[in-house]
Ligand binder design. Structure first.
Ligand code: CP
Length: 320
């Protein structure tokens, strides 16, 4: 694996390897002195063609905490605005001899197009409705640590309900690939118009009734409506959406008694999730997800640049 474009196809031992590697960076990030020199001398370019708060900042912090030089291409003030194509932009960044590129793009498959043209590892920071692999990994890391605090070590049979705009969600897809590969029992819930056809092929159970999807769930992951990808066909009003699919305290009672609450952000409070659920002490993992995001992105940058640093490349078999 030269690049990290998605979690589909990664084996359980590869996913677990990345989760294990992340633990050291969680610990480092909790120290007053957070910088090491593992990636000293390397150049990382972040190119985000879509907006981001969490992913962009955490990749930037991750690279800097590992000692790399990190530059962010500001698409809004770049020559993309003068009509430069995606491929020419990628070739330009490549000619600057980046050692890794982190790309977010609004079109599914755009990050792979870039990966095929450049000499360095490419990390997908979210492409259209395809995948957001570091989000899937950071969510798995968050879940595993929360389970360990409760004395449970296995994903096997863990009941996870993912509810929201599944159709447009790259977060849902990466989480489905990751969690089903690790043995979790994943349910997805969405209005019929926001449920992809054939989703059962991804080894999940599909629901349109939120209460039925919540019964006994040990982890409840809420997703926002991605209005920017809906092109007018079906945009429910926030009020009608909350009425059927909002996670309220009352609905949460259908889940397991101490069910964990997750949301990748950005949240629309009072739409897909109520504030008194999002802020539940001990049970809401939403800010922990952000913390794990930095550690997971440090892991991915460190592992994918191993070859550039004269170490065996990122190939899961090397750590089997
Ligand atoms: N979860 C996530 O990808 O958030 P951002 O869009 O803010 O990066």
């Amino acid at each position: 694996h030269r690049h990290l474009l998605g979690l589909a196809g990664l084996a359980p031992h590869e996913l677990l390897f990345l989760l294990d590697e992340a633990e050291q960076w969680v610990e480092l990030n909790r120290q007053p002195e957070k910088r090491v020199s593992v990636l000293r001398g390397l150049t990382i370019i972040n190119a985000f063609f879509e907006n981001s708060t969490r992913t962009l900042l955490s990749f930037e912090l991750a690279g800097k905490r590992l000692g790399a030089d990190v530059v962010n291409m500001s698409v809004a003030t770049s020559s993309v605005k003068k009509g430069e194509t995606l491929i020419d932009t990628a070739l330009t960044l490549n000619a600057m001899r980046a050692d890794a590129m982190v790309i977010r793009h609004g079109s599914s498959g755009a990050v792979r197009l870039i990966a095929d043209k450049v000499d360095c590892p490419v990390l997908n920071a979210g492409d259209g409705q395809h995948e957001h692999p570091t989000q899937g990994l950071l969510d798995a890391l968050t879940i595993r640590r929360a389970l360990r605090n409760r004395g449970r070590t296995e994903f096997n049979g863990l009941k996870v309900t993912i509810c929201g705009d599944i159709l447009h969600s790259r977060v849902a897809r990466s989480n489905i690939h990751c969690l089903t590969t690790l043995g979790a029992d994943v349910r997805v819930c969405a209005p019929p118009a926001l449920m992809p056809e054939g989703i059962e092929q991804l080894k999940v159970t599909a629901f349109h009734d939120f209460v039925a999807a919540l019964e006994g769930a040990e982890v409840v992951m809420m997703l926002r409506l991605q209005n920017e990808r809906m092109q007018g066909s079906f945009i429910p009003s926030p009020r009608e959406y909350r009425h059927l699919y909002g996670l309220t305290l009352e609905r949460l009672r259908h889940a397991a008694p101490d069910a964990l609450i997750m949301h990748p952000g950005p949240m629309n409070r009072g739409v897909e999730i109520d504030s008194n659920v999002a802020d539940l002490p001990k049970r809401s993992l939403i800010t922990t997800q952000v913390e794990m995001g930095v550690a997971m992105r440090m892991t991915c940058l460190e592992v994918l640049t191993r070859k550039a640093r004269g170490m065996p490349g990122w190939n899961g078999d090397a750590w089997a």
